[in-house]
Design a protein around this ligand. Structure first.
Ligand code: AMP
Length: 196
């Protein structure tokens, strides 16, 4: 299978060529068509398998095709660590470089001023760690009422790091009608329960 077989829009396939990507990895081959159709997805994949592109590419395409003009958070990617969050933001920016969508990353451990200013300028795709996201929501700086796509990345590490309550609190704040993508390297019972 090639990226051409996935029927990607030109601005994205051009960016992938520029990144030097020649063919989709197995997780990309399996996930991209389903996510493009708007389906929910449970993916078992480790970092290093091309997992980020497996969700970032179809999210960018779905948001572009819907062509919603308002600048509000339409996709949220929740991930456990600052390092992962930064990598995911960089991937969205790379694959989306020929698109007008705006991606931002927010995480704790730094002053919130710069992140807050960027949020106020308007964001389409937000990558966040749970604690800082909840801080911004409680201050009324972030609203998730227009959210369409929610990604829970590295769900097993979220649990290991003690984020389960934060994740559940965040999920309760999301619109019921949305697309949900759930990625975990392992699927113990705790993760199955969370996914349910
Ligand atoms: P990830 O599993 O998302 O952390 O990605 C691991 C690495 O693989 C990253 O450096 C990506 O840039 C790279 N990558 C992802 N998809 C592809 C692909 N289809 N072809 C070549 N490299 C890729």
């Amino acid at each position: 299978m090639t990226f051409t077989d996935l029927n990607l829009i030109k601005p994205i396939s051009k960016a992938l060529t520029e990144e030097g990507y020649e063919k989709p990895t197995p997780i990309q081959q399996q996930s991209i068509p389903e996510i493009l159709k708007g389906k929910d997805l449970l993916g078992t994949a480790q970092t290093g398998t091309g997992k980020t592109a497996a969700f970032a590419i179809p999210i960018l395409q779905n948001l572009t095709e819907k062509n919603i003009q308002n600048r509000s958070i339409k996709a949220l990617i929740l991930t456990p660590t600052r390092e992962l969050a930064i990598q995911i933001e960089e991937s969205f920016k790379a694959y989306g470089r020929h698109l007008p969508l705006r991606t931002l990353v927010v995480f704790g451990g730094v002053k919130q001023g710069a992140q807050e200013n960027a949020l106020k300028r308007g964001v389409d795709i937000l990558v966040a760690t749970p604690g800082r996201l909840l801080d911004f929501i409680s201050q009324g700086i972030i609203s998730l009422k227009n959210l369409e796509i929610f990604v829970l990345d590295e769900a097993d590490r979220m649990l290991d790091m003690g984020f389960v309550h934060d994740v559940k609190r965040i999920v309760k704040l999301l619109p019921q009608k949305r697309q949900t993508l759930f990625f975990s390297a392992t699927f113990p019972d705790e993760i199955k329960n969370l996914a349910d």
